[in-house]
Every structure is written in structure tokens, then in C-alpha cells.
Design a protein. Sequence first.
Length: 554
Amino acid sequence: MAPQQSSTNSANTTLKCVVSILTLKQSTLIDLAVPRHWLLFGLGCHAQTIDFLDGSVVHDGGLDQLKSVQSISFHQCDFIRNPTALKHCRSLSFISCDQLCDVQALDSVEILDISGSRNVQNIEQLTSIKSLTLGRGNFQSPKKLGAMEELTLTFSTFSSWLPHISDCYHIEHLHVKQCLLTLAQPARISATHVQLSSCENLQQLDFFAHVSSIAISRSRALKTCAFDEFQLLQSVRIQASTCLSNVTAFSSCQSVHLSLCVNLSDVNALKCCRSVEISCCPLVNDISQLSTVYDLTLHRCVDLASIDDLQQNHFLRVSECYRITHVGHLQHLHTLELVRCHRVVDSNALANGKHFAVTLSGCNITNVDAWYRHQTLHTMDLSNNHDLTSVDSLGFLHTLRLDSTGVISLESLRNLHSISLSGCDWIEDVSPLANAHTIDLSYCMSLENVAPLSHVHTLNLTGTNVSKVSCLQLVYDLNLTGCHSITDDEVNELIYIHTLVLDGCYQLTKVHGLKFVHSLSLANCIGIKDVSMLGHVHSLTLTGCLNIAEFAVE
């Protein structure tokens, strides 16, 4: 009997292997985020995208399993040296992979990120690269930039490359980090969009005078005339500049974003721009000429006391401008956003306007009866008004945000399309919201019964104490992040859901009922050990799942 039993066992083993191979080929997995400890990837070998967000202990020999994956992102994977097996991938990221040394074989890769990987060699051999991101290191200069569309590198690398580039090249996006000096080399590289980071000692920008978009951060030595020759400039973003005091050179731009420009006071030259953002510029106190700007954002302009002249803008966003007290005259704007403007005293006067969307977040609003049956209002955000308890007059709206308010009764909100009640601790009865399309009830700690929401399209229950969720199996998009009261039995009833997020639900141990969910996130679900049945999931996140064995198949 022993030989016969041995033969039977051998046949069963062979059959299981065949079934496993067939299952692998039938896998529909597209996106996968895997735990650090995996060495075998099973169904993941046929995914289109794999992310090693927690790092990985995989070696060069194990990469052969991933040769069919189109896009792979490695983070702090310290055992990869020569990724020859990945030569047919389209996009590769080796971020802070200290042992990576040779990429010569990756001649078909189009997108490559090796930032933080300092010992890489033979980059100059990669002629198919369209997007390249480099960090610090002794990288050889390329003999040919080929069809490069996007390039990110440090100033020292960039300046060392320039003398070795004999032909003229155009790069769509160029990002140069740690710009410690001014580039004086004749321009053989032109770019459409340029980003310069950490420009403490940069004085001139002649090298980039023909760009259409430029972003500069941490500049303190730029000369006043640095932008005078920028005839084609359409978009400019300057952050943390102590030298910018005049914006006349930007008067013809379409988009201007200025942040932490501490010596800038006069911005009226920007009156012809389409989009302007002024953030944390403490000396700006006069914006009277900016009423013609289509999209205007003012953030933390602490010396700004009046916005009376801003009556013609289309979009106006004002946040943390604490000296502003009157806004009642802003009745003709399409969209008005006021965030944490604590001293505003006439917000009810806005109800006489013709707004499409209004935000009054953190503005000490206590009563909204003046907005009853407003004729044009579509969307309203009243978040962080902690003393607001009644919104009975707002049932006519399409979208309403009431995060961190004192609202208790939802009876008048039966006809809303979208509503957000995040952090409303007193909410218990959500039956009036049964017909809503999108609902955010995250961190509503008194909420227990969600059965009335069984036909909602998108539902966020993050951080709540709900335990009975099997009734939600017809919800399209469900977020149960940090819901520590839900059980295996309840979760595995959610068989019809399209997108399900269970991040941080450490008490869960089984997910066998979720095999046909389209997108499933199980990040940091440390109690789960087996995901072999999830081969038909399209997008799967297993980051931080320390106890899941390698991705074997059923």
C-alpha cells in the first residue's frame, strides 16, 4: 500500500502545481503593495505595478520573478545590486537603495528614479530614458540625453555634466536641487518647466531665461533684475525668498504663487494675472488692484486688514488673515472661501449674494438661517464652527461639509447628494442620509448603527466604533480604516464592494470573502496571514502586513 499511497501523493502534488500555474495566469491583479519580508511573490508576478513602500529584503536572484511587471518602486531595499532581471520594465524607482551599483542592463527602461542611491554606475548607457531622477553621487555625464522629457538632479551633478554635452537638447521638465551657485555655462540644455530647490546662493537666472514655467525655493541672493529677461514666462512659483521685493517682471504671467516672501509688500503689479496666490507674506497690506484676478488666494497675510475692493474675482480664498472683519460686500463672487478668519462679523450678509460655493470654515458661525433656500448656492463648507448646532435651513444644498461642528439632528438633510460630518461626536441617527451619494462619517465616535446607509455609493467610516458592517455590501466605495470593532464574519460579507479600505484593522485574521473586491487595502493588518485567495483583486495593498507569508496561490 505504501508505493500506491506515494504515487497518489505525487499525483496530488503535481495537480496542485498545475492549478497554481493556471491560477497565476488567470490573475487579474494590477497594483500591489507588498510587505518588507516577502521573497516569493506568486500572484504578484503578473501585476502591472508593485510598490515596496516598507523596503524589501529581496536579492538580485529574486528579481527574476518580477520580470513581467511594468512598474516597480523600491524604497530602502539594501540587498539589490544589479537588477538585470528587470531590464524589460518600463518604470523603476530605487530610492535610497545603497547597494545598487550597475544599471547598464536597464536599456529599455523609460522612467528611472535612483535618488538616494549613491553608487550607481553606467547611467550614461541608458538611451531610452524619458524621465530620470538622480540624487547625490558621482554620476558620469551622459553621452547622449536621447528623448529625455524629465530630469531631476543636484546642482553639482548638473554643472559637471554641462561641459560634456556637445549637442543642444530640450527637456520638458528640469528639476535642479541644491543650487548653491549661479550657472554661467552657455545653454546647451533648454527646458519648458524648471524647478530650482535650495537656491541660497543663486544670483542670476540667465541660463533659464527662455522657460515658460519656473519654481524657486529658498532664495536669498537673487538680484532684483534676475527675472527681467524672462520674456516667455507664464507661470512662476517662489517659496521662502528673502530677496524678492518687486514683482513687476511677473505682470504678464498667467499664474503667480508667492510664499514666505518676507520682504515683499507691493503686489498690485499682478493685477493682470489669471491666478495669484500670496501666502505668508507679512508685509502685504494692499491688494486693491487685484480685484481683476480671476483666481485669488490670500493665506496668512497678517498685515492685511481689508478686502473691500475684491468684488470682481471669480474665485477668492482667504485663510488665516486675522485682521479682516467685514466680508458682506463680497456678494458677486462665484466661489468664496474664508478659513479661520475669526474676526469676521458680517458673514450673514453674504446670503444676499449669488455664490455657487461658499466656505466659512472656522469663522465662529453659530446661525445659518439667513441662507434658507438660497437661489444659486450649490456647495457650502461650515467645518470647524464648533458652536453651530442647527443646519435645518440648508437641506436644499447639493454638497455640505460640517466637519467638527456641534450638529446633532440631520432630519432636514434628506435630499443632499454629498455630506461630510467628520469628527461630529454627537451623531447617532444617520437614517435621514439614506439617499445620499457620498457620506463622510469618519471619527463620529457615537455612531453605531449604519444599516440605513446600505445603498450609499461612497462611505467613509474611518475611526468609528461601528461593528455591524455586513449590511453595507452594496456600497461601492467603503473606508473602514481603524475600525477596531468590526469582525472577520462581518467583513467577509462585503463581497460586492468595488473599493474597500481596511487599513489598521489589526484584529482581522481572515479575508476569504473579499476575493472579488476590485481594490482592497489591508495596510498594517498584522493579524492577517493568508491572502492566497485574492488573485482576482485588481489593486491590493499589503504594506505593513508582517504576518502574511509569501504570495502563494490557493
